[in-house]
Design a protein around this ligand. Structure first.
Ligand code: FMN
Length: 212
C-alpha cells in the first residue's frame, strides 16, 4: 500500500469547504507548486489535458473579483486563488491540438488515426456546440481540482471549491476569450481560522449499491 488506509482517510476528512481563511498566513511557494503539480498530473478524458490554472495572489485583484463571486469571503481571505480554466477551441480536431496529444503516445500511424477518428466522433456526438463542449471540458477540471484539494490537505492546507460566481463577468474581468477558455471552477487555498465544520453525508447504504 502506498499510503496507509487510515492516513488516506485523514486526508479526505481534513479537507472541508473552508469558508474563511487566515489572511495573514501565506502558502509557501514550494507547497503551492506541489498542489498545482497534483492538478497537472490529474487524469483527463482521452488525455486531452484541456485545462489551465491561473494563480492569483494579488490582493487588489482578489478584492475586485469578490463581488463577482457572490461576495464570498474565501476569495479575499485565501492565500492563493486558483482559477481553473477549461479549454474550448483547442479541443476541436481542427485546432491540431488533439493530434499532438495523441502523437505523444507514439502509436503506429493507423492506430493514431483510429484514435483521432474515435475522438472526433465522440465530440460530434457529445459536444457538437461550444456549450456542450464546455460541459464536457469542465468535468475534466473538476478531477484536477479534487487532486489539488487532497494534495493541499496532505500539507494541512485548506481549500474550498467555488461554483458560486458569475462566469461571464469573471471571464471578462480576467480577459479570457470564452471561445478559447472558460472558467470552470474557482479554488481558493489557505489556512483555516475556525475549527472545521462537520461533514454532512448520506449513509453508506444510501449511496452504495452492490449489484448481484
Ligand atoms: C463543484 C462545487 C462547487 C461548490 N461551490 C461552493 C461555493 O460557491 N461556495 C461555498 O461556500 N461552497 C461551495 N462548495 C462546497 C460545498 O458546499 C461543500 O463541499 C459541501 O457542502 C460539503 O461540505 P464539506 O466539503 O465541508 O464536507 C462547492 C462544492 C463543489 C463540489
Amino acid at each position: 500500500m502506498i499510503c496507509e488506509k487510515t492516513k488516506f482517510e485523514e486526508l479526505y476528512t481534513f479537507r472541508h469547504a473552508c469558508k474563511i481563511f487566515c489572511k495573514k498566513k501565506k502558502i509557501p511557494q514550494e507547497d503551492m507548486n506541489a498542489i498545482l503539480e497534483a492538478g497537472r498530473m490529474a487524469p483527463s478524458s482521452f488525455g486531452m489535458e484541456g485545462w489551465k490554472f491561473l494563480v492569483i495572489q494579488n490582493d487588489e485583484l482578489k478584492e475586485q473579483l469578490r463581488p463577482l463571486c457572490w461576495n464570498q469571503a474565501q476569495i479575499t481571505t485565501c492565500s492563493h486563488l486558483v482559477v481553473l480554466l477549461c479549454a474550448i477551441s483547442s479541443l476541436r480536431v481542427e485546432s491540431g491540438v488533439p493530434q499532438r496529444r495523441f502523437q505523444r503516445r507514439k502509436l503506429p500511424k493507423e492506430q493514431e488515426e483510429a484514435y483521432i477518428k474515435r475522438y472526433e466522433a465522440f465530440l460530434k456526438e457529445e459536444a457538437p456546440d461550444d456549450e456542450k463542449l464546455f460541459a464536457w471540458s469542465a468535468k475534466q477540471t473538476y478531477l484536477a481540482a479534487m487532486q489539488m484539494m487532497l494534495a493541499a490537505a496532505n500539507m494541512e492546507i485548506d481549500s474550498c471549491p467555488i461554483e458560486g460566481f458569475e462566469r461571464e463577468k469573471v471571464e471578462k474581468f480576467l480577459k479570457i476569450d470564452p471561445k478559447e477558455y472558460r472558467v470552470a471552477l474557482l479554488l481558493p487555498f489557505g489556512y483555516r481560522i475556525y475549527p472545521q465544520t462537520e461533514h454532512l453525508r448520506l449513509n453508506f447504504d444510501e449511496v452504495v449499491e452492490f449489484l448481484e
